[in-house]
Design a protein around this ligand. Structure first.
Ligand SMILES: *Cc1c(COP(=O)(O)O)cnc(C)c1O
Length: 337
């Protein structure tokens, strides 16, 4: 039975082309800076984002942590969304390992952080307080794309307030494809950007932290300290190169599939879903309380994997086709009829 896994865009299998590139990759010791494939991936990412440098790291969590530890020191503070991945979903790493204090504030419904609220959260320069150093945004945030003019405002604001600006751009390519701009048009507003290769881009492993050469050198040191210095990592970077060169434009298909899925599910009266809110590859669906728990089991018997309660988050990706979307809509219909 064909499996259709909508739990996340992290579940993709490496394509044949990726596996071939991994098998053939020229490698060296990346801790000595001698892995040609890692070096190629890093230059390619830096060029695409319009940044001076990039660092290939094990995961998005490591990439965000390196950014936080490179911008902030002991006793410093970063401001992030209450639901931001780098605050809520990374084990408190910045506090645990960096002695950096988070200052979370609520996201606005469109995934932005209100800059007035950010301004009020910045601590005065006084020895009672942590030193506020950094603002972190997330794009996409729950599948929503941050408007480009908001990014420009955030840049101007952080310059004026002497804060650094980091983007958790795990899905920055989804945002760029949705907005029809080069990814550099988003990245240019930030001092650092973390990009996941292992989400919608479909690589098996890895993220990139992009920024100035100076920042990336600091991050490179912390990566080693954290045990993230990998040796012949070119076998992994090779898959990343295939992802960046071949899997960016096709994200539009994931967005179309997500919209079709939302449209189909919105016809089912027991479900609450607003297709107009689907901007990229995520569909959020509220299920009438009593029906939610057995639904996942019913779908699983049909090879469809979902998660989230009572709000489901359904994610489209490389391994979900338009036909799969039809199959999923039909299975939901069967459940409710
Ligand atoms: C997945 C994700 C990360 C972390 O990536 P991992 O590779 O899973 O550590 C960071 N931020 C956001 C928004 C993510 O979705």
């Amino acid at each position: 039975m064909r499996q259709i896994d909508l739990r996340s865009d992290t579940v993709t299998q490496p394509t044949r082309a990726m596996r071939a590139a991994m098998a053939e990759a020229a490698v060296g010791d990346d801790v000595y800076g001698e892995d040609p494939t890692v070096n190629r991936l890093e230059s390619m990412a830096a060029a695409m984002l319009g940044m001076e440098a990039a660092l290939f790291v094990a995961s998005g969590t490591q990439s965000n942590l390196l950014a936080l530890m490179s911008h902030c020191g002991r006793g410093d503070e970063y401001i992030a969304g209450q639901e931001a991945h780098c605050y809520k979903c990374e084990g408190g790493g910045a506090a645990v390992l960096g002695s950096i204090q988070p200052q979370p504030i609520d996201f606005e419904p469109d995934g932005t952080l209100d800059l007035g609220k950010v301004a009020r959260a910045i601590k005065p320069s006084d020895h009672h307080f942590a030193r506020t150093r950094l603002l972190c945004l997330e794009n996409t945030q729950w599948g929503m794309v941050l408007p480009l003019d908001y990014l420009a405002e955030a840049r101007a604001f952080t310059l004026e307030r002497e804060l650094a600006l980091h983007l958790d751009g795990a899905r920055i390519f989804n945002a760029a494809v949705k907005q029809g701009v080069e990814v550099a048009e988003i990245a240019r507003h930030f001092d650092s950007v973390s990009v996941c290769l292992s989400k919608g881009l479909g690589a098996p492993v890895g993220s990139l932290l992009c920024g100035s050469s100076h920042l990336v050198e600091i991050a490179r040191r912390w990566r080693k300290v954290l045990g993230g210095g990998m040796r012949q990592a070119g076998v992994l970077a090779a898959a990343g190169i295939v992802a960046l060169s071949g899997h960016v434009e096709r994200l539009a298909e994931d967005h179309d599939n997500a919209r079709q899925l939302a449209l189909g599910l919105s016809q089912i009266k027991e479900l609450q879903v607003d297709p107009a809110r689907v901007q990229t590859n995520m569909v959020f669906v509220r299920v009438a309380g009593k029906d939610a728990a057995p639904l996942a089991g019913f779908l699983e018997e049909r090879g469809i994997m979902i998660f989230g309660q009572p709000t489901l988050r359904l994610v489209t990706h490389l391994d979900v086709s338009a036909d799969d979307v039809d199959t999923v809509i039909k299975a939901f219909r069967d459940y409710f009829s």
